[in-house]
Design a protein around this ligand. Structure first.
Ligand code: FAD
Ligand code: PYC
Length: 416
């Protein structure tokens, strides 16, 4: 893998964006691979990277119907934390957090992981009980987590209205100091470049339109560029997972909803942490460019339109201005939507399926960006060994038959 010296960086900076080397190849699809990954978002790319790096499985193709990292990976608000309530979920997200902590070095690509802390506010007595319970559970699992008083919150975020007269007074918060944000496109590009360097074929504009299934076993896929064969196929298609499952002849307990976000004009540095409020229904951080990055809950209807809408902007900004009156005159620049795949227990599916050789990694809903490296790591293990990784085992689709659900609606942090 190429390493850039200071000289190399200066050369690129002065090159007027010309004659840059490609970050990854643009290969012609082969007729056959050992493993096909459907979906070139962060999770699919991470899966391919860890398959090649940790399991020596390099005859791998990632099939992406659009461009790499153009789905939810491109559209998310990049909050990374591991403060989930139940042992199973906490273990999975903390596994991911540990990978985040070494990711830029591992990929030799700056993913701009910034551990600036994430705060989940409590506005009612019940919110406070939930915060205390989750912080205790996190600490028992060795995850850094604290309960903050309103005074501590005010000290950390002086511009927030923590007064008793606020419409939704702040009673406290949970606080994870190691949590933070990362640069979404750098994450996709870093995994893509590293996977490509290990021999993975990244096939953009390649849409899977069906599965080749015989005697209950998958042996390839149909695409808009012809058929491609593989005995192992991993689908990592977020909001389109239900559509792919239908092509394979089964249903998954998923609902696809739009989730919207927006960014403001760039401001000078004013907010150096991440603030989330499920109750007031808004969350906010400031990007390194200076934009305020803002979002709220999912749209109330199912859909596949990756669009923003005015009612959501209005509702979200109302929440943000309740907490931060100082932002009432900031102008908003852009809004958009992604399609999130939500499960009844607000937890992912990392699982074999009724079709042998066909696996699904989906259901991350509103909260999968933080799981990108961990999800790819355990899914690669699962595909390579044809056996659930111990951290993935609780997230099999069997749980919807056995009833062993892992209810993370509280920790999901975004209202469903
Ligand atoms: P994606 O990045 O969506 O990748 C799936 C890919 O599959 C897409 O590129 C798509 O084109 C491709 N695909 C689909 N169908 C096919 C097909 N038939 N053939 C080939 N390719 C196909 N999570 C957090 O942890 N923190 C946050 O702050 C956060 N904020 C969010 C804010 C918004 C507005 C949204 C929409 C989501 C947010 N999320 C957040 C959730 C997070 O974005 C997702 O869970 C995560 O990015 C999913 O990654 P992925 O790689 O699975 O999906
Ligand atoms: O999972 O932390 C999260 C999150 C924040 C915004 C959207 N998802």
């Amino acid at each position: 893998m190429q390493r850039y010296s200071g000289f190399g960086l200066a050369k690129h900076a002065l090159s007027h964006h010309e004659n840059w080397e490609r970050q990854w190849r643009n290969p012609t699809p082969k007729k056959q691979y050992d493993v096909i990954i459907v979906g070139g978002g962060g999770h699919g790319l991470a899966t391919a990277y860890y398959l090649a790096k940790e399991h020596g499985v390099r005859n791998v193709a990632v099939l992406e119907k659009g461009w790499l990292g153009g789905g939810n990976t491109a559209r998310n608000t990049t909050i990374v934390r591991s403060n989930y309530l139940w042992d199973e979920a906490a273990a999975l997200y903390e596994h991911s957090m540990k990978l985040w902590e070494g990711l830029s070095q591992d990929l030799n690509y700056n993913v701009m992981f910034s551990q600036r802390g994430v705060m989940n506010l409590a506005h009612t007595l019940q919110d406070m009980r939930d915060v205390q319970r989750r912080v205790n559970a996190n600490r028992l699992n060795g995850i850094d987590s604290e309960v903050l008083t309103p005074e501590q919150i005010q000290e950390l975020v002086p511009i927030m209205d923590c007064s008793k007269n606020a419409r939704y007074p702040i009673m406290g918060a949970s606080w994870q100091p190691r949590a933070g944000v990362a640069r979404h496109d750098a994450v996709a590009w870093g995994f893509a470049r590293a996977a490509d360097a290990l021999g993975v074929d990244l096939l953009q504009n390649t849409e899977v339109t069906g599965f080749k299934i015989r005697d209950g076993r998958v042996y390839g896929v149909h695409t808009n560029r012809g058929d491609i064969e593989a005995k192992t196929v991993g689908c990592v298609a977020a909001g389109n997972s239900g559509v792919l499952a239908k092509m394979a002849g089964f249903r998954l307990p998923l609902e696809s909803h739009p989730l919207q976000a927006l960014v403001s004009e760039p401001l000078k540095p004013i907010l150096d942490t991440v603030v989330m409020s499920n109750h007031v229904h808004g969350y906010i951080s400031q990007s390194d460019k200076g934009d305020l990055v803002i979002g709220a809950g999912i749209d109330g209807y199912n859909g596949y339109g990756q669009r923003g809408s005015y009612p959501t902007v209005e509702h979200t900004l109302q929440a943000i201005v309740e907490m931060f009156p100082i932002f009432s005159r900031v102008r908003m620049n852009r809004q958009w939507g992604g399609i999130v795949d939500t499960c009844p227990d607000a937890c992912p599916i990392l699982s074999a399926t009724p079709v042998k050789g066909l696996f699904f990694n989906c259901g991350w809903g509103t909260g999968g960006f933080k799981a990108t490296p961990g999800s790819g790591h355990v899914f690669a293990w699962t595909l390579a060994k044809n056996q659930a990784h111990p951290l993935a085992a609780p997230f099999s689709i069997d749980r919807f038959h056995t009833g062993a659900l892992v209810d993370e609606h509280g920790a999901a942090g975004v209202a469903h």
